[in-house]
Design a protein around this ligand. Structure first.
Ligand SMILES: [Zn+2]
Ligand SMILES: [Zn+2]
Length: 138
């Protein structure tokens, strides 16, 4: 069972994550862009059980979405979505082994920035891709 480690910008927040991830995906939605500050976000989804205990106690729920950030530097640490139960999505950018975590799909592709062209043949969903995200779990 692979183990992954993640660390925020300042180093105050560290995560130890049991893999393998349940899925790895790009998200082009504007919420994820604002949250990460990047033109496209990418996440690895892990089982929430062990991970949620490592998250800071406070978070800012926005509708069906919870997002955890480092209390010191504000780095994004994870997001959870009511419609994707029992999973926490960790931004690839904070995972030390991100080079081994290859995305398998694009969600919210319709919201992508028009100048962004990622040359891959991965499935592209204009919505949340929740069916695909769940289906890729097995
Ligand atoms: Zn930090
Ligand atoms: Zn998103």
């Amino acid at each position: 069972m692979p183990e992954y480690t993640a660390r925020c910008y300042c180093g105050e927040s560290e995560l130890t994550i049991q893999g393998p991830p349940e899925t790895v995906a790009y998200c082009h939605c504007s919420d994820c862009r604002r949250w990460t500050g990047a033109p496209v976000a990418a996440f690895a989804a892990f089982s929430a059980d062990a991970l949620i205990k490592q998250m800071p106690p406070d978070y800012a729920p926005k509708g069906p979405v919870r997002r955890w950030t480092c209390a010191t530097c504000g780095s994004p640490l994870g997001a959870a979505f009511d419609y994707l139960p029992d999973q926490i999505y960790v931004p690839l950018g904070i995972i030390d082994q991100a080079d081994c975590l290859t995305p398998v799909l694009h969600s919210h592709h319709a919201e992508r920035l028009p100048w962004l062209h990622l040359a891959d043949d991965l499935p592209r969903s204009d919505g949340t891709a929740r069916a695909n995200l769940k289906a890729s779990k097995s």
